[in-house]
Design a protein around this ligand. Structure first.
Ligand SMILES: Cc1cc2nc3c(=O)[nH]c(=O)nc-3n(C[C@H](O)[C@H](O)[C@H](O)COP(=O)(O)OP(=O)(O)OC[C@H]3O[C@@H](n4cnc5c(N)ncnc54)[C@H](O)[C@@H]3O)c2cc1C
Length: 462
């Protein structure tokens, strides 16, 4: 291995790799501290051709590669365990912004925030919004098909891209950087790389879709009694295609945020069992206030809601959203947590909670379910916090047993074991056991055809 690594470092400029352990160390742990990796080398190529050259050498010497963007992935897919780490941190250019076609071409290591800023500067919007957007990269977003808060209106990352440029496992450059809105010339190969978690190649650039900016985003936070009331409210709050966000937080989650995260406060004086956060994309502030007041007063009359706060300005809107964005950070204060990122058909969310909460109490009495997230997409971050006073390690040892129960219920509802975080290392064995065998076999065939030596992210997904 070290002889092969030497071939790689000798062939690449000194600025395009490092073995400095201080520089590499932060890239080897991930956000939840669940995986601790190791690597002999971090490649930091500065251009598509440098990525191609590095991968060609890796292919010639059977050197395994783990691609990494912002290292915010939540399923362990970006953490090397002895493989060479290929970081896209130096591929950050915004190559082109075209407001006639509403398209932009960006390099894979550009942070999602920098893409928002570039779109904003051009008077447009790139409508992918995640709490991790300051750190995550578009290459990571495409590779995980990230979701976020506005999927309800704009879809997942897959829906926001025309095509990608990617380095294949043999080092060849696939150029799918089209901005054509119509192109029926055979298989849409760019799609292969979306949600592939770096197993089929390294995305080096992407051609993205831009959208008009909303004149105003009207945000509200609402206290509701139950998930069933929340789902009735979803239907009630639709207004043409204005509804762009529908996020839900349970009381235990809101408490964890307001009690533990600096600067956060409860927008209500009374406690409510559940909270719904809504955005409407509208033309103007006055239109937003009129729409919010009309929808909320009729929701009161129908006894769908207990109380509501309508954001009156951008500061209040940001305060409301930051409650949701701090959910993951707040939960850390609840102790050990067994986490799921599942989807069920929207109309079954209330029944999912009834079934799953009951099952969890039978398995681990006094455990504390914290189910929050993108209910407007059927996506629940269904997390189980440890019972108060229980030893964290003993609780976390039950992860597999709890997973089996939750995934069984998800399966009965016709849902998915991974809504937006992907498979990575964490859910690899669950996928192997639960995926449709024909799908799994097709996925393996595609992987074998593109990467016969299994050098691209070899321990992930399959
Ligand atoms: C606080 C917080 C909130 C989050 N909220 C959301 C959310 O709302 N919705 C959501 O979907 N996710 C969310 N995530 C998860 C995460 O931010 C996303 O999965 C994101 O898309 C990962 O991007 P990244 O650049 O950090 O990728 P990384 O973590 O570096 O990598 C993720 C995967 O993609 C592969 N990869 C990375 N770059 C490339 C590339 N250029 N080519 C090929 N493969 C590549 C890696 O090998 C790995 O398998 C959240 C994470 C955090 C920490």
């Amino acid at each position: 291995m070290s002889a092969s690594i030497g071939k790689l470092t000798r062939a690449l400029p000194a600025q395009s790799w490092t073995q400095d352990t201080d520089i590499i160390a932060p890239q080897l742990t991930e956000w939840r501290d669940k995986y601790q990796g190791h690597t002999p080398l971090m490649l930091t190529p500065r251009s598509t051709t440098e990525v191609s050259k590095a991968v060609k050498i890796c292919a010639a010497h059977n050197i395994k590669i783990v691609p990494q963007g912002g290292n915010t992935g939540l399923v362990g897919g970006q953490t090397p365990m002895g493989e060479v780490l290929l970081s896209t941190r130096k591929l950050t250019k915004i190559r082109d912004v075209n407001t006639v076609n509403n398209a932009m071409i960006v390099e894979a290591g550009a942070s999602l925030q920098s893409i928002h800023d570039a779109a904003d500067k051009a008077g447009r919007k790139f409508p992918l919004f995640l709490a991790s957007q300051g750190s995550c990269t578009i290459g990571g977003n495409l590779s995980t098909n990230a979701g976020g808060n506005h999927v309800l209106k704009y879809g997942t990352t897959k829906d926001l891209v025309f095509g990608v440029e990617a380095i294949l496992p043999n080092g060849d450059i696939y150029n799918g950087l089209t901005s054509l809105r119509k192109d029926n010339t055979g298989y849409d190969l760019s799609r292969l790389f979306l949600g592939a978690e770096g197993t089929l190649g390294i995305i080096t650039a992407a051609s993205l879709k831009l959208y008009p900016k909303a004149g105003h985003i009207q945000r509200v936070i609402i206290g509701v009694e139950t998930p069933a009331k929340a789902m009735e409210l979803l239907d009630h709050c639709r207004s043409g295609d204005a509804l762009s966000m529908f996020e839900v937080i349970p009381r235990i989650g809101l408490s964890a945020v307001v009690e533990n995260i600096a600067g956060q406060r409860d927008p209500f004086s009374a406690l409510h069992p559940w909270y719904v956060l809504i955005d409407w994309d509208v033309e103007s502030e006055s239109q937003g206030l009129t729409l919010a007041e009309k929808k909320l007063s009729t929701a009161f009359e129908r006894e769908l809601i207990r109380d509501a706060v309508i954001a009156q300005n951008e500061t209040q809107a940001a305060q409301i959203l930051s409650l949701r964005e701090n959910m993951s950070a707040g939960q850390k204060f609840l102790g050990g947590s067994i986490k799921f990122d599942i989807t069920v058909p929207l109309q079954t969310i209330p029944d999912f909670f009834k079934r799953a909460d009951k099952k969890m109490q039978r398995l681990i009495p006094e455990c504390r379910p914290v189910g929050f997230g993108h209910f407007g997409d059927g996506n629940i971050h269904y997390n189980i916090a440890q019972p108060l006073g229980m030893d964290k390690e003993i609780f976390l040892e039950r992860w597999q047993e709890v997973s089996e129960s939750v995934f069984d219920i998800v399966g009965e509802f016709g849902g998915s074991i991974s809504a937006e975080h992907g498979i990575g290392i964490m859910k690899k064995s669950d996928l192997a056991r639960r995926a449709d065998p024909v799908k799994l076999s097709l996925m393996k065939s595609i992987k074998a055809a593109l990467d016969p030596q299994n050098i691209m992210n070899p321990r992930v997904m399959l």
